[in-house]
Design a protein around this ligand. Structure first.
Ligand SMILES: NC(=O)c1ccc[n+]([C@@H]2O[C@H](COP(=O)([O-])OP(=O)(O)OC[C@H]3O[C@@H](n4cnc5c(N)ncnc54)[C@H](O)[C@@H]3O)[C@@H](O)[C@H]2O)c1
Length: 439
């Protein structure tokens, strides 16, 4: 099929490359000229395992192309995916300007019928509004073109985007009765449904809600265990043991039950906020979501406060990991963003190491950070080290060597990754999350 993907960020690029890999003819469109220039040369602008390989292979095969001009991607296009960003506004609502710009531009320029698929995460009712906006443009043009808007939310995780796109747990498609759009989606996803990945058709509104509900549920699970981590600290419990004891119950499960510095990234914080705004808009109380958000904030601040408490004046802190999670270079809402700013504002210095996110950090963070080329270099001469991202390279770190080269001896484990006894045996003072002192 002939497909266009508008927005070639983490979601759009993975979708475009994987759809081409599945045999479709795909045009990727982005307004960012630098990104498109890189993509045309087979270079991925983002770090995502396995993605560049797919990009190069499908460019070579001629199934994948890129352009900055949406008009190039419309002739002959059967299905168009909108995968532009929907970041949070100050009032927590989703900023939908890019989505509306794309749908209006499609309506303004297409000469043929196209199924418009919202892959961006958008609040319930957005598909309807897109359809209305497109209808208005078509009416002004005086043309009879069929542009159904359907919802196909994305569930990929950064770091495993290729695997998740080629092997999704489920494909959610929200359509309000348009059989031609349904046929198109069935045909498009045939290479995946053929190998038993389920496609679930539901109403457009339900599909829009599923996306926020899924992310908010996972975020709530994280906040639940983080809430209990504070209780453990006060009562002598150990949150790792509590999580294990709970998670072995099949009904609960072990995933997303790991206490730490709180969730970050480009999705959980923004989608939790958006769901709060949706509740507010429709006058529906969402106290679980409010608590999820508040606990996450508290968890981050609590941990930072502990660090600031032990630091001498004008200290140097070694930061291990900058990205919001391993295997990505994405810094959006990463704990490091807040921490680095806080440390610099408090008069401290920062030495940081991350295996892939340092180029992004140099562009994003304030000046005054020493970027170094290894975890041990980040620990050299520092008063404290704080682990923020559980990259593999930090798992195998030599703690005794770390202690030798540090000036101070405090290790803050923001991901509850190290064995406290092992850290203490290396001569370091361990600061974890949710570990109380028992009787
Ligand atoms: N990143 C994730 O892990 C993830 C997972 C699931 C869903 N989502 C959702 O997918 C959407 C995209 O997220 P992302 O992380 O890929 O964002 P991103 O910021 O990485 O990419 C968005 C891209 O859209 C481009 N763009 C903006 N306006 C445009 C326009 N008018 N025409 C063409 N291109 C335009 C930008 O230049 C950018 O390259 C969001 O709604 C997000 O919530 C993201």
């Amino acid at each position: 099929m002939k497909i266009s993907v508008i927005g070639t960020g983490y979601v759009g690029l993975a979708s475009a490359c994987c759809l081409a890999e599945l045999g479709h003819d795909v045009a990727g469109v982005d307004i960012d000229e630098k990104k498109i220039a890189m993509l045309k040369q087979g270079k991925s602008p983002i770090f995502e395992p396995g993605l560049e390989e797919l990009l190069v292979r499908n460019l070579k095969s001629g199934r994948l192309s890129f352009t900055t001009d949406i008009e190039d991607a419309l002739p002959g296009c059967q299905v168009l995916f909108c995968a532009v960003a929907t970041p949070p506004n100050e009032d927590y609502t989703a900023d939908l300007r890019a989505v509306f710009a794309v749908c209006e531009s499609v309506a303004r320029h297409t000469e043929t019928d196209i199924v418009f698929v919202n892959k961006s995460t958008v609040p319930v009712g957005t598909g309807k509004e897109c359809e209305e906006r497109m209808g208005k443009v078509l009416k002004e043009r005086g043309v009879k073109i069929h542009l159904p808007v359907i919802s196909n939310p994305e569930f990929l995780r950064e770091g495993t985007a290729v695997q998740d796109t080629l092997h999704p747990d489920r494909i959610i498609v929200g359509i309000n009765g348009d059989t031609r759009a349904r046929d198109a989606m069935e045909e498009l996803y045939l290479p995946l449904t053929r190998i038993q990945h389920p496609i679930v058709f539901l109403s457009r509104e339900s599909a829009e809600i599923v996306k926020y509900a899924s992310n908010a549920f996972l975020a709530a699970k994280i906040s639940f265990i983080n809430m209990l981590s504070e209780l453990c600290e006060k009562t002598g419990g150990n949150i790792r043991d509590v999580a294990k004891g709970m998670g072995l119950d099949d009904r609960i499960g072990t995933q997303f039950l790991h206490a730490g510095i709180g969730y970050g990234g480009s999705c959980f914080p923004k989608d939790v906020k958006a769901l709060l705004a949706i509740g507010r808009k429709y006058h529906v109380p969402v106290p679980l979501i409010e608590a999820t958000h508040a606990i996450n904030d508290r968890q981050r601040q609590r941990f930072f406060a502990q660090l600031l408490d032990v630091l001498p004046k004008k200290a140097t802190v070694g930061v291990w990991g900058l990205s919001f999670k391993p295997n990505t270079d994405d810094l959006r809402e990463a704990p490091s963003v807040d921490l680095v700013r806080l440390l610099l504002k408090s008069g401290h210095r920062v030495r940081a190491f991350d295996p892939v996110a340092m180029d992004n950090a140099r562009r994003t963070y304030p000046a005054g950070i020493d970027y170094v080329s290894s975890p041990l270099e980040a620990a050299e001469g520092v008063d404290a080290v704080i682990l923020l991202t559980e990259w593999d390279v930090f798992r195998g770190i030599d703690l005794r060597e770390t202690k030798k080269i540090m000036k101070g001896n405090d290790l803050f484990d923001g991901r509850n990754m190290y064995d406290p006894a092992e850290v203490e045996a290396a001569g370091l003072k361990y600061h974890g999350i949710g570990i109380g002192i028992g009787d």
